[in-house]
Design a protein around this ligand. Structure first.
Ligand code: 2AM
Ligand code: CA
Ligand code: CA
Ligand code: CA
Length: 263
């Protein structure tokens, strides 16, 4: 690992800890909540202020960075060339609004399209998950994580987003039926944490780049597969129907897709 990346990591972890403190402080005031595309797609004043805070910090750390932020305070990104930072200031905004719990702050750092460092901050549990190829592992605060067990689909729980299950996108019912059970946590970041910890073996959801940028880096570092639902690489400049799974469960799920001609 180069010293530059180590220094960058120290600066990013400090920035995220400051962002977390700001979010916790603002949470005690009433939130301003607005709808984006529909009544289940929300944005709050904290999503916006935290994205602005993180982007200002990233510009100080890396003045030539290209930044993609969910709430639009970053750059209008056309390519993944150079160093690209992908920011989700509050992941799980509905949980943030309804529960004041089960949400995360996420940053993924890519270099010419390759994931380098990922950060998922579980705010209410005080745990920052960070790591990637540039650090040679993944940590939860000071604890180094080992790779989760390579479970087959039948042997573990699978996370999914509510809308996919309701509309039976991509044979969800069959996949869930074969698995040991389905769980819905309402935050892509919290879903990634559960996979890193071996509590679930995978996750299927329609996601934007900022929902999966950090998780893809951390999970790949732990040997977990992140792909589109057809097994192909994700396009990090658009939405994807994302399949995150252990190697064995990914194989099982791709087989279900292939067997089912009605897809
Ligand atoms: P967000 O809270 O940052 O928007 C909820 O099921 C999970 O899916 C959250 O991680 C949420 O991220 C993400 N998500 C992606 N697209 C969404 C949408 N259109 N509406 C609500 N949640 C969305
Ligand atoms: Ca959102
Ligand atoms: Ca998100
Ligand atoms: Ca968000």
């Amino acid at each position: 690992m180069s010293q530059d990346w180590q220094r960058l990591n120290d600066e990013v972890t400090a920035l995220i800890k400051e962002a977390r403190a700001n979010v916790l402080e603002k949470m005690s005031d009433p939130l301003t909540v607005n709808e984006k595309t529909n009544r289940k797609d929300l944005v709050t004043n904290v999503d916006k202020s935290n994205e602005q805070f993180l982007i200002a910090g990233i510009r100080r750390i890396d003045p030539t960075a290209h930044i993609l932020g969910e709430e639009g305070f970053g750059d209008d990104l056309k390519s993944l060339d150079g160093r690209v930072w992908i920011v989700d200031p509050i992941d799980g905004t509905m949980n943030f609004v309804k529960q004041r719990d089960n949400f995360a702050i996420m940053i993924g750092i890519y270099q010419d399209g390759e994931g380098q460092l990922g950060y998922i901050d579980d705010v209410m549990n005080d745990v920052l998950y960070y790591g990637g190829p540039q650090l040679g592992g993944v940590w939860a605060n000071d604890e180094r994580l080992s790779a989760p067990a390579n479970l087959a689909l039948a042997d573990g729980l699978i996370g999914a987003s509510g809308p996919l299950v309701i509309h039976d996108v991509a044979q969800m019912h069959k996949i869930i039926h074969v698995s040991a059970g389905m769980r819905v946590y309402g935050s892509a970041g919290i879903e990634m944490i559960n996979i890193m910890r071996g509590k679930t073996l995978g996750y299927i959801s329609h996601l934007k780049p900022w929902d999966i940028a950090a998780g893809q880096i951390l999970l790949n570092t732990l040997g977990v597969r992140v792909s589109a639902i057809d097994g192909k690489p994700l396009n990090m400049l658009s939405s994807n129907l994302v399949l995150v799974a252990t190697e064995k469960a990914q194989r099982d799920i791709l087989q279900i897709e292939e067997d089912d001609v009605s897809l």
